[in-house]
Design a protein around this ligand. Sequence first.
Ligand code: ZN
Length: 332
Amino acid sequence: MSHVVGVDLGGTKTAAALVGADGQVGTVLTVPTPARSGPDAILDSVARLVETVLAQAAGAGPAPQLAAVGIGTAGVVDASRGTIVSATDVLPGWAGTDVAGGVRARLAASAGLTGAALPVVVENDVDAHAAGEAWLGAAAGARIALMVAVGTGVGGAVVLDGTPLRGAHHLAGEMGHMPVPGADGLICGCGRPGHLEALGSGPALHRHYLRLGGDDAAADTRAVVARAAGGDLLARRAVAESAACVGRAIAAICTVLDPDVVVVGGGLAQAGPLWWDPMLQALRDDVIDPLAGLPVLPAALGSQAAIVGAAGAAHRHLGRTLTLPCPPKDTP
Ligand SMILES: [Zn+2]
């Protein structure tokens, strides 16, 4: 079978690997994203990385035939066109970029690749991450999965039967901008007061600690979390209040969506029980009884999730059915 390469395109690095429809993931190759050099340089870098993945897979043999490329990228994505609707300054100038067309043209120009008809499927990175978890990760087998990513922002995605919900304006699941009690009056990155991201994101947690009167020698979120782990009560309070805000937002979404499972990933989700427990407690406190047993799980695939999810979307585009890898056979 010809191959699919999944790509995770972020503000600082781009990672890619071959991913089979059977869930086998090849060696992940990573390069820095030339974010400051503009969209053309980024597209050049993605195409080169795809070629390198294929060349490495070939070894001394013939290059494997490329059937499709799946890309998860930062920014709001029009997945039907493979274009960027809007983006933050993580990738300057990225809004308006025809990612699918640009990567297809570059790969067609190089020898041995499929050419102008090569399918290139583009997803928002949180959507790709969520689809990866719903295929091979913590939400494997779930029909309705809510994915929440808590890091420099708060992202979310809803996966229905393996496919991310797009919405009418390419924004479905973008939970960072939902109004949440606790964030009242705090100004969000979008300019509006009271949104989840104004208290729930990593940078917002740091700001919250300083607002509570914390020591400004704590330079960033990591430092606040470290102080909390060391027993600093004010840092603990800042972490807990930020986490609880995320939990309340998840509760609100679950009340509408009734998902099979919630998967929580991102840097803060990995901060340990100091963050996780108040997040979960706030969630449990706010949902009605039939949702009391709702599984809330940490993300399982780590940095591979978006590669896997983007590749899965490309396989589906080709009409392939996604399966799980066979368990390794016992050797006698
Ligand atoms: Zn906002």
